[in-house]
Design a protein around this ligand. Structure first.
Ligand SMILES: C[S@@+](CC[C@H](N)C(=O)[O-])C[C@H]1O[C@@H](n2cnc3c(N)ncnc32)[C@H](O)[C@@H]1O
Length: 379
């Protein structure tokens, strides 16, 4: 069996070799903090759902601790009454943690607030990089926080850990040079911007809609606003208070107000591609989409539904064409088509060419290339 130390070394070597970890000081922090201290001995699961047990299958447990994969440590907020099977806390994948910490451009002497302590691994990395007294980490879930505190003791790190709702930051420790969220937000909480020094950075997974998230790095300005680029796709579990309502597909028997046929290329396929889905989700608001089997099992159908439930659309295979059905005050498929057309006219820019400004009054605007470029209000 390969030792933990060898696996640890191999993981950091592969992160540096792949270019995920380029900052020398950060790499030293990764080398100083063994990840297996933060993986529960029993009860965690890999993303494929297979349970880990350090006593019965120590090799698999260790392998999971040093794979470039997340390890889920809590499902459904740990509530056995809610058997939805949704991961609600995890030890994030090492490559993603490296990418976020690199994006944060950490420098000696900085003070950092982390939102979402989870297993405590990221807090330990921050503490190893900047010093224990420079790091505060807030976690909303008491049991998860208890686990993180025990792991931090094992790792010999002492960042301040706080139980609380990270939406409000942690004013007692402010101001920070960096706020790093390890749970996704659609509305960047005001507290994160207010508690960051002018010129400081707020680094977070941002998402207009589940499945189309990006990494955002916002610089805080003197007027109380913050703006910055998206740095490519990134999916994270959402802040508890910003969880989207359960997706409600229109019932199969729902009668459309309008039906038309589409000929030509499959209209569903582009929306399964990340760049198209991202562009559409920043332009069309208050809706959800999903795929399900088409009636009779002939291929798949796309459904769209407004968040208030009042409008819906379906796109279904119909022989060699597709049938669009829409109902309600919004013609959701038309909105999606218009957004795709606009994106094509703009030259199909990838998510890395977009960015976000959060104004001092909280208004959110996504823009293309520069803050005064073409933009999409998010309110
Ligand atoms: C992906 S995990 C964090 C991973 C963690 N940084 C690590 O190194 O293991 C996301 C965490 O955010 C926490 N969380 C969700 N909403 C929160 C909130 N409003 N305030 C603080 N923590 C929150 C969840 O309970 C979960 O533990």
């Amino acid at each position: 069996m390969l030792s933990a130390a060898r696996r640890h070394r191999a993981l950091i070597d592969s992160l540096t070799a792949s270019g995920a970890l380029t900052d020398r000081r950060l790499a030293a922090a990764f080398r100083a903090v063994p990840r297996h201290f933060f993986i529960p001995l029993h009860g965690a699961v890999t993303t494929s759902g297979s349970p880990l047990d350090a006593d019965r299958a120590p090799e698999r447990w260790l392998e999971a601790a040093y794979a470039d994969e997340p390890v889920v440590v809590q499902i459904d907020d740990g509530d056995p009454e809610r058997p939805e099977g949704v991961p609600t806390s995890s030890c994030s994948a090492p490559g993603i943690v490296a990418r976020m910490l690199e994006a944060a451009r950490l420098r000696d002497g900085q003070r950092v607030l982390e939102v979402g302590t989870g297993t405590g691994w990221n807090a330990a990395l921050l503490a190893a990089r900047l010093g224990d007294d420079r790091v505060v980490s807030v976690e909303i879930d008491p049991e998860v926080l208890e686990g993180a505190r025990a792991a931090l003791v094992r790792a010999g790190r002492t960042p301040r850990t706080v139980r609380g709702d990270g939406e409000f930051g942690y004013p007692e420790g402010a101001p920070y040079h960096r706020v790093i969220a390890t749970c996704a937000a659609t509305r960047v909480p005001r507290a994160w911007v207010r508690q960051t020094v002018e010129g400081g950075l707020v680094v977070l997974p941002w998402t207009a809609m589940e499945g189309a998230g990006v990494l955002a790095r916002l610089t805080v300005h003197g007027d109380g606003s913050a703006s910055g680029p998206f740095l490519g796709g990134l999916g994270f579990m959402p802040l508890r208070s910003q969880r989207p309502p359960p997706a409600a597909a229109p019932p199969p028997e729902a009668e459309p107000d309008e039906t038309r046929l589409l000929h030509g290329l499959d209209p569903i396929a582009p929306l399964t591609r990340f760049s198209t889905a991202f562009a559409v989700t920043v332009a069309v608001h208050r809706w959800r989409m999903g795929l399900r089997p088409a009636p009779g099992g002939a291929g798949r159908q796309l459904w769209l539904a407004s968040s208030d439930g009042g409008s819906w659309a379906r796109v279904l295979p119909a022989g060699t064409a597709w049938r669009v059905e829409q109902a309600g005050p919004r013609s959701l498929w038309d909105e999606v088509e218009d957004a795709q057309e606009e994106w094509r006219t703009l030259g199909e820019p990838p998510p890395e060419r977009y960015g976000l400004t959060v104004a001092a009054d909280g208004h959110h605007r996504v823009w293309l290339d520069t803050p005064d470029g073409p933009g999409w209000d998010q309110d």
